[in-house]
Ligand binder design. Structure first.
Ligand code: HEC
Ligand code: HEC
Length: 153
C-alpha cells in the first residue's frame, strides 16, 4: 500500500516538472501562438483576402494511395447533408447514378460497423464530406512531401 502511494507521488512530481519545463520552453519562444493565417491582422484590415475559386469540374482526380476516399471533382456549394436530405445521394445512389452519370457509391458504403451489409448507405458513411472533399486552387497551408506509391500511379 505504502509502495503504491510513493509511486503516485513520484508520478505527480514528474507531471508537474514536465509541465513547468514546457512552460519555460514556450516563454523562451516568446510565448506567441503562430497562426496559419500568418501576420494578417483581424482588425483594421479593410478587405478580406480574396477567396480561392473551386477547381473546374473534371472527370475524377488522381488518388495518392489505396483506400483514399476519392476527391470530389466538382463544387458542392449548397449541397445539404442532414437528417432529412442528402444531396450527394440524389446523384451518387445506385438508383440515380445511371441517369446522372455519377460514380455509384462504393460497395463498402453499405456495410455497417458490425460488418452487416445493408440495403442502403450505412449510417457511418452518410455524411459524405467527412471523408470526401472538393478542391480549390489554393496554396497549401502546410508543406507536404508525401509521394504516392507506384502501384496507384
Ligand atoms: C448533380 C449530381 C451530383 C451531385 C449532387 C453530387 N455529385 Fe459527385 N459526381 C457527380 C458526377 C457526374 C461525377 C463524375 C464525374 C466524372 O467522372 O465525369 C461525380 C464525381 C464524384 C466523386 C469522384 C468519384 C471518383 O471515383 O473519382 C466523388 C468522390 C463525389 N462525386 C462525391 C460527391 C459528394 C460527397 C457529393 C455531395 C456533397 C456529391 N458528389 C454530389 C455528380 C454529382
Ligand atoms: C468514412 C469515410 C467515408 C464516408 C463517410 C463516405 N465515403 Fe465514399 N469512399 C470512402 C473511401 C475510403 C473510398 C475508396 C475505397 C472504397 O471504395 O471503399 C470511397 C469511395 C467512394 C466513391 C468511389 C466508388 C468507386 O467505385 O470508385 C464514391 C463515388 C463515393 N465514395 C461517394 C460517397 C458518397 C456519396 C458518400 C456519402 C453518402 C460517401 N462516399 C461517404 C470513404 C468514405
Amino acid at each position: 500500500m505504502k509502495k503504491r502511494l510513493w509511486l503516485i507521488m513520484w508520478a505527480a512530481l514528474v507531471i508537474v516538472a514536465v509541465g513547468a519545463w514546457s512552460g519555460v520552453a514556450m516563454a523562451q519562444e516568446g510565448g506567441e501562438v503562430r497562426s496559419l493565417r500568418g501576420a494578417v491582422p483581424l482588425e483594421g484590415a479593410d478587405q478580406a483576402p480574396e477567396m480561392a475559386r473551386w477547381m473546374p469540374d473534371s472527370h475524377g482526380l488522381p488518388r495518392n494511395y489505396l483506400q483514399q476516399p476519392p476527391l470530389i471533382p466538382h463544387h458542392i456549394e449548397g449541397y445539404k447533408i442532414d437528417l432529412r436530405q442528402n444531396k450527394c445521394m440524389t446523384c451518387h445512389s445506385w438508383s440515380k447514378a445511371k441517369e446522372t452519370h455519377a460514380t455509384k457509391i462504393s460497395l463498402t458504403h453499405f456495410r455497417n460497423r458490425f460488418g452487416t451489409e445493408l440495403s442502403d448507405v450505412s449510417p457511418q458513411r452518410y455524411f459524405c464530406t467527412q471523408c470526401h472533399v472538393p478542391q480549390k486552387d489554393a496554396k497549401p497551408l502546410v508543406d507536404n512531401s508525401f509521394k504516392p506509391v507506384d502501384s496507384v500511379m
